[in-house]
Design a protein around this ligand. Sequence first.
Ligand SMILES: [Zn+2]
Length: 122
Amino acid sequence: MSYLSKVISGRCPNCGKEKIFYDKGNSITFRMPKMSPKCPHCHYNFHRETGFYFGAMYVSYGVTVAEMITIMVLRLILNEFFGLHISMLDAFIVIVAVLFVFWTFNYRVSRIMWLNMFYKKE
Ligand SMILES: [Zn+2]
């Protein structure tokens, strides 16, 4: 299983059978995603050590910046090739809305990426 397929599936990096997050959370109701402490199938410990997921904030920052750049590139394409006049303020409002809707997704993806970055076969 490649790194990308592990991140996309969101499953245990050790066995690939069980999901790391048992609750996806809800961005509208501010319900946080819930992570299992261990894999129910192979008992791989998802909480490697105290403060392990602190570094996932840096991954989350990268994911967020990638989403912002994508929106700005879309704005550029729509303005240049389709003749629309989307202002920077409109693009900023779209960015805020997209980041608000996707914050649970970013939280889960950044933690899954971080966990898979430091996975070693036990
Ligand atoms: Zn497992």
